[in-house]
Ligand binder design. Structure first.
Ligand code: AR6
Length: 172
């Protein structure tokens, strides 16, 4: 199992092998983490995303899947783009959210990444309740096959998100 650590801050500032992006299926950018990653990482990331859309991902990246590009100017080697589900009160999409963490870790292992930084996928623009998003994130990473990944760093933007993950980690 990979070591799990929590950091409060900005995911674009993390010196890790791979940074996970909370993207959308277009892979062509957006707000939140996605906007910050493209802004700080520079145009190389978008160029590779466009190439992915022109080749293997003509219809976009499906929810719960993950794909890697360069990290451009970020202090990381790769960005792993994953698409979280939009929160729904009527439909249980938890498995899709868990899949984001599992698939991102699988791609990270394939790349040979030892340290991976995750945001709290789907808990921003996509409206997933933070408590539940943290529970799914922590449980899935704990249960995932870590392979060569040694450290998973959850990067939480504010006090509240950090507190929720801290409580979730302590609760085991
Ligand atoms: N570093 C770490 N965490 C952040 C940062 C940052 N720089 N910025 C926001 N967060 P979101 P989603 C937190 O909205 O819900 C985009 O438009 C934020 O507080 O980035 O999966 C995409 O293109 C929240 O807890 O991702 C998609 O269309 C968490 O990161 C859509 O948003 C995730 O918020 C994806 O929505």
């Amino acid at each position: 199992m990979a070591r799990i650590i929590l950091v409060q801050g900005d995911i674009t500032e993390q010196a890790v092998d791979a940074v996970v992006n909370a993207a959308n299926s277009s892979l062509l950018g957006g707000g939140g983490v996605d906007g910050a990653i493209h802004r700080r990482g520079g145009p190389e990331i978008l160029e590779e995303c466009r190439a992915l859309r022109a080749s293997r991902y003509g219809r976009g990246l499906a929810t719960g899947q993950a794909v890697a590009t360069t990290a451009g100017r970020l202090p990381a080697r790769w960005v792993i783009h994953t698409v979280g589900p939009v929160w729904s009160a009527e439909q249980d999409r938890s498995e899709q959210l868990a899949s984001c963490y599992r698939e991102s870790l699988r791609v990270a292992d394939e790349l040979g990444a030892r340290t991976v930084a995750f945001p709290a996928v789907s808990t921003g623009v996509y409206g997933w309740p933070l408590d539940d998003g943290a529970r799914i994130a922590l449980r899935t990473v704990r249960d995932a096959v870590a392979g060569r990944v040694e450290e998973v760093r959850f990067v939480l933007f504010d006090d509240r998100a950090y507190g929720v993950f801290e409580a979730g980690l302590a609760a085991g």
